[in-house]
Design a protein around this ligand. Structure first.
Ligand code: GRF
Length: 194
């Protein structure tokens, strides 16, 4: 925990693998005076992730990590976390599976955003599957990460109506708008609850 302008802020590391729109949104929300968090570190599983550009844009430390080598990963991550005093990890479009060891070590401190109303539609292609199953609603979920995929305790959810004319793409775009509202809200909530 650090003190910024007299307000205590929690240091957050955001893990990405691609576009990083949730990352960008979290950074912007962290600049809000009332925000309880600061994005202090960006971890990417790929050097090609376009979201890495936000590190330069907002002057945030970034690290690309090869998540295929388990022992090295943890060593590298722990060193980076120590330097930046990281308290909470937010996964945002992060496409790798974290080791059981790592999840245990940060139990209750790793959050993820998933584009469905969990426990429905865990895994990939959520929008396509929700439309195929003729669901009336989809949405997004912010949840804690445990060792089972998309199965940790739910923090907040937001419903999004599915229209007859929806494609996976049009639904994804509407859900993403709600993701951007939900993730900072969930993050501030768990910080307040701590
Ligand atoms: C989001 O839809 C998120 O819910 C899912 O992956 C997508 C990442 O988008 N886990 P972005 O990289 O944050 O733009």
């Amino acid at each position: 925990m650090i003190k910024l302008n007299g307000i205590k802020k929690v240091n957050v590391a955001v893990f990405i693998s691609g576009r990083g729109s949730n990352l960008e949104n979290l950074i912007k929300c962290s600049k809000n005076k009332k925000s309880k968090f600061k994005i202090s570190l960006i971890i990417s599983s790929s050097s090609k992730a376009s979201g890495l550009k936000f590190a330069k844009k907002f002057n945030i430390k970034r690290k690309v990590i090869n998540f295929n080598n388990n022992t090295l990963i943890e060593k590298n991550l722990l060193m980076a976390f120590k330097k930046k005093h990281i308290n909470i990890i937010c996964l945002a479009g992060f496409m790798k599976i974290l080791s059981k060891n790592f999840i245990k070590r940060f139990d209750g401190k790793i959050l993820n955003i998933h584009p469905s109303l969990l426990p429905k539609y865990k895994g990939l292609n959520t929008h396509f599957r929700a439309i195929q199953n003729k669901e009336s609603y989809s949405g997004c979920t912010v949840h804690y990460v445990n060792s089972k995929l998309d199965s940790g305790k739910i923090i907040l959810q937001k419903r999004v109506k599915i229209f007859k004319k929806d494609t996976a793409k049009s639904l994804a775009a509407r859900v993403l708008i709600q993701e951007h509202a939900l993730y900072p809200k969930a993050l501030n909530k768990i910080i307040n609850d701590h």
